[in-house]
Structures are given as C-alpha cells and as structure tokens.
Design a protein around this ligand. Structure first.
Ligand SMILES: Cc1cc2nc3c(=O)[nH]c(=O)nc-3n(C[C@H](O)[C@H](O)[C@H](O)COP(=O)(O)O)c2cc1C
Length: 380
C-alpha cells in the first residue's frame, strides 16, 4: 500500500492518516490492519464488555496501532454530587418527570412496541455519559497497548491526560469550535479533531470546510488537527488535507461495512437514506447529535412535546425504550422499525452498499492519491 505521509501519521506509525471511529471491534481491527487507525467507541460498553472487545482487537490487530474513545462530558447533570463524587442513580432517576415517562410510553404505544418479556433486561442506562462512569473505562483502556485515547465531549480531565501521557499514549479531543480547541491544548491534549456539523453523532453548527482552517489557524502549526464530518471518500480526505488537517477522522462510513455490528434493519435504513435524511437533534443523548430523521427524532423535536432531557438523563430515560425498539423491530404486529435510528452524518448519501473494510480502505487511498496527483498537476 502507498504511504500517505503526514507528521501525525508518521508519529503514530500509520500508512495512511485515516482514523475510523467505530463501536465494532472487528471494524477497529480491520482499519488498523489496513494501515489506518481504528478507534473503538467505548460509550455503550460495560467494563466487562469493553474488556472482551479489547481482547478481540488485541487478538486481531496484528500489533498495529489502535485507539479507544470515551464520552466524558465536561458539562452534565450529576444530581449535585459534583464530578468527582460517586453518582446517585436514584437521585438522577428522580429528576426525570412523569410527563417525560408518559411521553415515551405514548410514543411506543402509538407504534405498538410491546414491553420486554419477563426476565429480559433493558440496556444499562448509565454506562458512560459522566466522568464517574467513564473513568473505569479509561483505566481499562490504558492497561492495553493503545496508542490513542480520545474524548468526545470537552477537555478530558487533566489527571487522565497525564496518566495517558505517562503511558506514552496520545490524547485527542473532538471539538466544533476554535475556542474549545485552544482549551483542549491548554489541558495537555495532543491532537484536535475538528468536527463539522455534517458529522454523525454530537456536532456543532459550523461546517467542516469552514471549521478546519479556523482551528488549524487557532492552534498553530505544531498541533496536529484531524478533520471530521462529511468524509467518506478519497477526494474528501484530500480536501481535508488541503484545509490544513494532518488527516481525517471518520465515523458514519463504517456503519454499513461488512464488519459492522449494527442492527441489520438500521443498516437497511442507512443504505436507503440520502444526505438530506439526517437531523441534528437532542433526541438520543440530550446534546445535539446528528442522526437519521425518524419519527423518534421528530417526536422529541416537536415543540408540543416535553423536549429532550440534559445528559445523562435523556439516555437514562430512553434506554428501556431503545432496547424494546431493537428487540421487536421487524417482527409482525408492531411498527418499532419506524423508530429504529442511529447517529449518522450527511455522508450517509454515499453509503449505498455493504463492503468489507479492506475494500473501502483501498478505494479511499486510491482516490486520495488520484486527488493529490491531480492537484499537484494543476501547479505544473
Ligand atoms: C454511530 C455514531 C456514534 C458516535 N459516537 C461517538 C462517540 O461515542 N464518541 C465520539 O468521540 N464520537 C462519536 N461519533 C462521532 C465520530 O467520532 C466522528 O467524529 C464522526 O462520525 C465523523 O463524521 P462522519 O460521521 O461524517 O464521518 C459517533 C458517530 C457515529 C456515526
């Protein structure tokens, strides 16, 4: 494979400056084997499940560099405990109004989604989304041969940055605004992921093409910036590098690859969706996140409704409902499938077939090379 050299790719030992965020261990291992860096999203894992996922990656990554991503928000509801005192889930549950609970039951009833059968448990409703619940994930991740620790929301706490650095692990942080990027650097973060509004998941309002040069200029030439949001082909990676980024951080494009572990009906929805079928909504986590436009997001965005709750309460409120929707979607006698959703970016319009990671990577690199060659030729 051709080597695409940027300072951060060299430093991390990558063949190509392409980072792939995914919750699927098989995707992470495959992208790293293919010369990029797979980054495992830990948010939806219990510590035991995360241990299993990391065992899988360590067994299948052929010693190639990979990373772990956590969601440790700077701002969230902690029930008055403070960010460094134990959380009281009961106190948080009490902050969820009966109106919100009734609203969800009504939404499920209108789509004939049954309750979970006796003995079946809903997904854990407070896995991450707070510093207290994410710290054990970080401890575990730092006990593995990771090369990168990334945080989704805000500057990671200084002690965690120091712990990672003590293990020779680079720290990255996502941001949608230049001011936040500077704060990250002050907190010891090494790599800035400039995430534009096109991105799947939590995102700001500024587009990637506008945001990346602003952040590159704000943090200076010595800080590696990765562009994120709306990148799913080689030309878009080339564009990111032309904007001053040292590489691309991608997420959505891996949701429909062969190694993805997403619900098959969600995959079908993504394959059928166009770039106008996403919306930035608080419906999933309480913070603005780009996702498929569905009756779920429309219900939560409806001004007549109670509105989404702040993080982590929205996930606590909806975890049971989401489990039921996933459990019954596609079965006769209900319309749960309509409520099935996923965070996804505007790049979804390009995700039209299921292909293995290796094929997506080699096509991406080929097109990136062509773009670089074409632009270089333009100067001759
Ligand atoms: C399904 C999904 C879940 C995501 N969850 C997280 C997360 O837990 N942590 C995080 O840092 N970013 C998360 N992201 C954002 C990605 O890391 C990445 O920045 C984004 O997908 C890039 O834009 P793109 O979707 O246009 O490729 C998520 C993205 C998607 C699509």
């Amino acid at each position: 494979m051709t080597r695409i050299r940027t300072p951060i790719a060299e430093e991390l030992g990558l063949e190509v400056p392409l980072f792939a965020f995914s919750k699927a261990p098989a995707v992470v291992a495959a992208v790293s084997r293919a010369g990029g860096m797979g980054v495992l999203g830990a948010v939806a894992y219990t510590v035991d499940q995360l241990r299993e996922a990391l065992d899988f990656i360590d067994a299948h990554v052929d010693g190639k560099p990979y990373g772990v991503d956590v969601v440790m928000p700077a701002k969230y509801v902690d029930g008055g405990a403070g960010h460094d005192a134990p959380l009281d889930p009961g106190k948080l549950e009490a902050m969820i109004s009966p109106r919100h609970r009734a609203f969800i039951e009504d939404l499920l009833a209108r789509h004939e989604v049954p309750a979970l059968p006796e003995g079946e448990n809903a997904w854990h409703n407070l896995l991450a989304w707070t510093e207290q619940t994410t710290r054990p994930q970080v401890e575990l991740a730092l006990s593995r041969p990771i090369k990168l620790l990334a945080n989704a929301l805000g500057p990671p706490p200084k002690d965690i940055v120091d712990k990672a650095h003590a293990k020779g692990v680079k720290v990255a942080a996502l941001t949608g605004a230049p001011a936040h990027a500077k704060k990250h650097i002050e907190n010891g973060v090494d790599i800035i992921v400039a995430q534009g509004t096109e991105a799947g998941g939590h995102c700001g309002e500024i587009s990637t093409r506008v945001l990346v040069p602003e952040i590159v200029d704000a943090v200076g030439p010595d800080v590696p910036v990765l562009a994120a949001g709306g990148i799913g082909c080689g030309r878009q990676v080339a564009a990111a590098m032309a904007l001053g980024a040292q590489g691309a951080w991608t997420g959505s494009v891996w949701l429909t690859c062969a190694e993805s572990d997403l619900h098959p009906l969600v995959v079908n929805k993504l394959l059928a969706a166009g770039s106008r079928d996403t919306v930035r909504s608080r419906a999933l986590t309480g913070k603005p996140a780009r996702q498929l436009k569905t009756p779920w997001s429309q219900a939560w965005d409806d001004p007549a409704g109670p509105g989404a709750l702040p993080m982590p309460l929205q996930f606590m409120l909806t975890a049971d409902a989401t489990s039921r929707i996933h459990r019954f979607a596609g079965q006769p006698g209900n319309r749960a499938e309509e409520l099935l959703t996923s965070p996804v970016g505007q790049i979804v319009g390009r995700m039209n077939q299921v292909r293995p990671v290796a094929e997506i990577m080699s096509e991406l690199v080929r097109e990136l090379e062509d773009s670089i060659r074409r632009m270089t030729a333009a100067t001759r």
